[in-house]
Design a protein. Structure first.
Length: 454
């Protein structure tokens, strides 16, 4: 059979509400054209993030009932720890309430003034935690990773020559080498197993620990199986184990590839580092056998980890994005290619070329998608990154719009609806106008700022 179907049937449904265009226009004006301000009840298809927004399976809900809420030594933790170690063979697994809490603990150990931490591309919270510690984060992704049209199969790869030069230049100032799989901030693009091994070898040659941000590890493993020479006959768990076997630790948001609505962990091999991390955990998150989580969450994640590596799921998951990218591409809409693992990215600067970057073409597109079709997406561009520390304004490297897909939540007809919405936006595209920001906080303005239509 050629059709790749959703490999599940639906037992419980969550109604979504069709709103009228005048209603949406009114809502947008009320929230100052900031989509983060919209109540989710007023959103038809919510593609703001793939984080914590997925559907749990019937087995996960059953696991929730099994959850044991003991403060210390809960069997839920034992099951969670075993499920993590089955895929990621680290000695110490430290549960946290989400990914950024694991990062905060990691950089309380490795960060500090004068330190330099390289990655392919640090996610914003990773960078935020690095910078909050006084350290600096640097992105060393390969050049193809910054070209939306390049068809390189592993656009999330680290540039190994740049990393080597970086390690030579910064020497003792580098406490750890990081790598994000898949590379979320770079379009959800994968990192090859060869590159993961290359980064590990370089880090170790310079005597540095190597830590993977593994949020979307299963999607990354699927791309390795599909695209990397010699990996086709291997199972996803085998590939996942190989990816983490060369690392000294990992941070994880279990809201992504563990099918959780909440959760995360920090894993480490080194006993002393783990002891320091647990000390921090007890102060800020909780006792080491629950961290920031309830026993029921730990059980749901243990079950989720066995489901996320299923090939039928991953094939359907990746195909949905490819399907949308192929159709938008055929309509002449500039999309980041190849399709990423968790999201479709549209190059709004190229598509809405009549709107200059400082008038936020990404925001104009995101607003139009909601206004026309009730779809919520996210601007990743000048509205998000344009404000400089001195309060001035500069165009971001790119003006993208991200459509991030919650896991197992929407169906093929939703995908077709999204494609149709783009046809409508394309028809109206030349009449779309830019925005100005009329009110903004100093930091991370995109969450709360208000815009006005120009
Ligand atoms: N690392 C990566 C690569 C991420 O994508 C995220 C979250 C985090 C770390 C932080 O994890 O949210 O559990 O604290 N990404 C979400 C997103 C928020 O929409 O891309 P968290």
């Amino acid at each position: 059979m050629k059709t790749i179907i959703e490999p599940f049937r639906i037992k419980s449904v969550e109604p979504i509400r069709l709103t009228s265009r005048p209603e949406r226009e009114r809502k947008l004006a009320e929230v100052g054209y900031n989509l983060f301000g919209l109540p989710s009840d007023d959103v038809l298809i919510d593609l703001l993030t793939d984080s914590g927004t997925g559907a749990m399976s019937s087995h996960q809900w059953a696991a929730v009932m099994r959850g044991d809420e003991s403060y210390a030594g809960s069997p839920s933790f034992t099951r969670f720890e075993a499920a993590v170690k089955n895929l990621m063979p680290f000695k110490h697994v430290i549960p946290t309430h989400q990914g950024r809490a694991a990062e905060a603990i990691l950089f309380s150990i490795f960060g500090g003034a004068g330190k330099c931490i390289p990655s392919n591309t640090h996610f914003d919270t990773t960078r935020g935690n690095i910078e909050a510690s006084g350290a600096q984060g640097d992105d060393l992704v390969i050049a193809e990773g910054k070209d939306p049209q390049s068809l390189h199969p592993f656009k999330g790869n680290m540039d190994l020559a740049k990393l080597e030069a970086y390690l030579q230049e910064h020497g003792d100032a580098v406490p750890v080498v990081m790598l994000t799989i898949t590379n979320n901030a770079g379009g959800g693009q994968p990192v090859s197993l060869e590159n993961i091994r290359g980064v590990a070898a370089l880090a170790h040659r310079f005597g540095k620990p190597f830590v993977i941000d593994g949020c979307r590890f299963a999607e990354n493993a699927w791309f390795i199986k599909e695209r990397e020479e010699g990996q086709q006959e291997r199972t996803i768990p085998e590939i996942v184990r190989d990816c983490f076997a060369v690392a000294d630790g990992m941070t994880m948001s279990a809201k992504k590839d563990a099918f959780g609505n909440i959760g995360g962990w920090l894993a480490l091999n080194d006993d002393d580092l783990a002891e320091q991390a647990r000390g921090h955990l007890i102060r800020t998150e909780g006792f080491p056998t629950y961290g920031g989580l309830a026993g029921r969450d730990l059980d749901a994640l243990a079950q989720g980890l066995s489901e996320i590596v299923e090939e039928d799921y991953l094939r359907y998951r990746i195909r949905t994005n490819e399907y949308i990218v192929e159709r938008l591409d055929a309509m002449g809409i500039p999309v980041v290619k190849p399709a990423g693992g968790h999201a479709v990215f549209i190059d709004a600067r190229a598509w809405l070329s009549h709107i200059p970057p400082l008038e936020y073409p990404g925001q104009a597109l995101a607003v139009a998608l909601y206004e026309i079709a009730g779809i919520r997406s996210c601007e990743i561009g000048t509205a998000m990154f344009g404000r400089q520390p001195d309060g001035s304004e500069k165009p971001a490297a790119m003006d993208l719009v991200r459509l991030a897909f919650p896991r197992r939540t929407y169906t093929q007809s939703h995908a077709d609806y999204i494609v149709e919405a783009f046809e409508e936006v394309a028809a109206a595209k030349d009449s779309l106008r830019g925005y100005k920001i009329v009110k903004e906080p100093k930091l991370m303005r995109h969450f709360t700022c208000r815009f006005a239509k120009l």
